[in-house]
Design a protein around this ligand. Structure first.
Ligand code: GLN
Length: 277
């Protein structure tokens, strides 16, 4: 409907998708604020804006996550670019950042590496919250690293990015802190078919091993950590809602000390870690 007033477009779309989603998509397409939408509901969309809006509403209706349609999502009160090459930031990860900042505070200039950085939210927020830290970030996906680089630059975070498979690009480097939100959902978990997950990169969600427990990447991170931590260095890993016992067992079995888990905002043990004496 060319020449449609934005107020009418919003009402029409709200019958198909959540009103808040319709409003955010409309603001995105019409390049206006929430206040503009209310104050100028009679403003007309152009033909291009109408067809773009209708396309986005249809994609949302089909289950595509809002973050991919908008091209951004918030984490720790910062807006980050996201594309389908990266996992959408989740509030689950906030506890990982909190623990990373707490642990890093023990050193004036900690070397920190974020393994499997994806959109770069962990590396970016940690770099901003730990001004003395030297932050690196690794990912196997060049497409993800392009997003991460842009996000770090946008938020003025100094992060060194490396492409490669887990520890491979780090050579013999050692760190005071290794952090990671690795893929940990088991292949075959019904959750993968819901909540927009089919639109997210499978490589960021699962280890790809049919019949596995989702622990393969976590185990690689734990097993390889000793070669990349200084004495007293910490490893902090985000994991699934039912993996904390297994992760702590692996950490203790590998020689980590002060092994513990921390709960996310929903009260679930979401991050586990310890240090290597
Ligand atoms: N917490 C995410 C989910 O269950 C998965 C994130 C991850 O695999 N690192 O949707």
């Amino acid at each position: 409907m060319p020449g449609e007033p934005i107020g009418d477009a919003l009402r029409r779309a709200s019958r198909r998708i959540e009103r808040v989603d319709a409003r955010l998509l409309l603001q995105h397409v019409a390049q206006c604020s929430h206040a503009d939408l209310i104050a100028h509901a009679e403003r007309e969309l152009t033909v291009e804006q109408t067809s773009r809006f209708d396309e986005l509403v249809s994609r949302r209706e089909a289950g595509e996550p809002l973050a991919y349609l908008l091209g951004s999502a918030f984490f720790h009160e910062l807006e980050f670019a996201v594309t389908p090459a990266v996992l959408i930031p989740r509030p689950d990860t906030e506890v990982l950042v909190e623990q990373a900042v707490r642990v890093a505070g023990a050193w004036p200039q900690p070397r920190i590496v974020d393994m499997g950085t994806g959109s770069g939210i962990i590396a970016t927020v940690v770099a901003r919250l730990c001004p003395g830290a030297l932050v690196s970030a690794v990912d196997v996906s060049p497409e993800a690293l392009a997003v991460a680089r842009a996000n770090a630059a946008k938020h003025g975070a100094s992060v060194r990015f490396l492409t490669g498979d887990w520890y491979a690009p780090l050579g013999v480097e050692r760190f005071e802190l290794i952090v990671s939100n690795p893929p940990y959902v088991a292949e075959g978990d019904p959750h993968l078919d819901r909540d927009g997950l089919p639109f997210e990169p499978r490589i960021a969600l699962t280890d790809g091993l049919a019949g596995g427990s989702g622990m393969a990447c976590i185990e690689r991170l734990i097993n390889g950590a000793a070669a990349h931590l200084v004495p007293g260095g910490w490893l902090l890993i985000e994991h699934g809602y039912d993996q904390s016992v297994k992760v702590r067992e692996r950490l203790v079995g590998t020689g980590f000390a002060d092994v513990a888990s921390w709960r996310d905002g929903a009260g679930i043990e979401r991050v586990s870690g310890g240090y290597l004496p």
